[in-house]
Design a protein around this ligand. Structure first.
Ligand SMILES: Cc1cc2nc3c(=O)[nH]c(=O)nc-3n(C[C@H](O)[C@H](O)[C@H](O)COP(=O)(O)OP(=O)(O)OC[C@H]3O[C@@H](n4cnc5c(N)ncnc54)[C@H](O)[C@@H]3O)c2cc1C
Length: 372
């Protein structure tokens, strides 16, 4: 029994638990992994934040300066461990919640060990990028090659000398393509359905994230045309290499698809050098080949599906009216979705998710504290 329970000890869960504590409210944080920051521990080796350190820290304890401007994966994990220690947060690791149900005055959580945990207030912070999604392409079951989701990719070592097809030109797909090309894959193709918006991570020291923050409030058509002009100035024309320019505006895609642009940390260089070859979208599979949307076929040894994530929330809750058709809570980031129920960490903006969830943690903690 607890009065306030936070579900998930990632950045969002730790931030809100610390803010609650600052307001004099104790909480219990339930975490399925063996430590805090389970998601970041599982990400690929070369990963660094593409948001700047100063705008990625959690309330009350900034990310240490010595971690540099673009924080490495392992340093972010160290930071989140230190954050838990700093605020002496009560994190119960190895505790997986399988179902959540309303139960009178309290929320009832069914745990994987068969026990029940109840709480008057429940703050769900299980991550926007929770459940890896791989499209059910026709014929996939008959294909004999190796298929992994980008969430299972660590480094290029197992793929040395292999022909690899990476599917999806988002941040993970592009960076994994670069990693494979540098790490000795025999060939790297990148399948593209919708051409990405590509931005430089920083221009003359000015981070793309700041443009998102400062210009994000502009009307959509104005922002779209400014972003398109900047992209033409900053990013070489990759059309001769098989990568078209996007047709839909960046802010329109952010609004309609929660899309964030691809930050170039090597993909432009690799496409220009022919080390990563953009190809058409994947359509279907046969036993040995992948058929692409332009009618051509490829015969890769390995596919890395950088095809995104779902929130996994519709599996956790019985009530589908809490969520939109992509599984994102209809009410999140501050106000309660139901009495005593809060969701946070689902707001995708051009200013960075870590920055956004830090802001949300203050709002959610304020709302919960007012009722405690
Ligand atoms: C490759 C990659 C790079 C990224 N880079 C950036 C970046 O540079 N800047 C940025 O701002 N954002 C970035 N993000 C987004 C990033 O995911 C968020 O910023 C942040 O880590 C989200 O934190 P969170 O706490 O909401 O979710 P998570 O970090 O996913 O934490 C959720 C926690 O909940 C736990 N959990 C889930 N389900 C259950 C359950 N049923 N029971 C118990 N525990 C559960 C998980 O184990 C996990 O520890 C990146 C994401 C990816 C995938």
């Amino acid at each position: 029994m607890a009065n306030v329970t936070v579900l998930g000890a990632g950045a969002a869960g730790l931030a809100v638990a610390a803010q609650l504590k600052a307001n004099g409210v104790d909480s219990v944080v339930l975490e399925r992994g063996p430590e805090v920051a389970t998601s970041w521990r599982g990400r690929y080796d070369r990963l660094r934040l593409h948001t700047v350190r100063r705008l990625s820290g959690l309330p009350g304890f900034p990310i240490p300066r010595e971690y540099g401007r673009w924080v490495r994966r392992d340093d972010l994990v160290r930071y989140l461990e230190a954050y838990r220690e700093r605020f002496a947060l009560d994190v119960r690791t190895g505790t997986t919640v399988e179902r959540v149900k309303p139960g009178g005055e309290r929320w009832s959580m069914q745990l994987a060990d068969g026990s029940e945990h109840t709480s008057r207030t429940l703050i769900v912070a299980t991550g926007y990028l929770h459940t890896p999604v791989i499209p059910q392409w026709p014929g996939l079951a008959s294909w004999t090659g190796t298929l992994i989701h980008s969430s299972a990719y660590r480094n290029a070592e197992p793929f040395r000398g292999k022909n690899v097809l990476v599917v999806g030109p988002g941040n993970s797909g592009a960076e994994i393509s670069t990693d494979l090309a540098e790490g000795g894959a025999a060939s790297v193709s990148l399948a593209v359905r919708t051409p990405p918006h590509i931005v430089r991570r920083a221009t003359a020291g000015w981070p793309a994230q700041m443009n998102g923050l400062l210009l994000g409030g502009l009307p959509e058509p104005v922002f779209n045309s400014m972003a398109a002009t900047m992209a033409r100035m900053e990013v070489p024309d990759l059309r001769p290499y098989g990568l078209a320019r996007p047709t839909e505006g960046l802010k329109t895609r952010l609004r309609t698809q929660r899309y964030v642009p691809l930050q170039d940390v090597g993909i432009v260089r690799d496409v220009l050098a022919g080390r990563v070859r953009p190809v058409a979208a994947v359509e279907s599979f046969t036993e040995n080949a992948v058929r692409l949307a332009d009618g051509t076929t490829l015969t890769p040894d390995v596919i890395v599906a950088a095809t995104g994530y779902g929130t996994g929330l519709t599996k956790l809750f019985d009530d589908p009216t809490l969520f939109d058709d992509t599984g994102v809570p209809l009410v999140h980031g501050g106000p309660s979705a139901r009495p005593g129920l809060y969701f946070m960490g689902y707001n995708v903006t051009l200013g960075g998710m870590l920055r956004e969830l830090a802001i949300e943690s203050r709002r959610v903690a304020r709302a919960v504290s007012a009722l405690s």
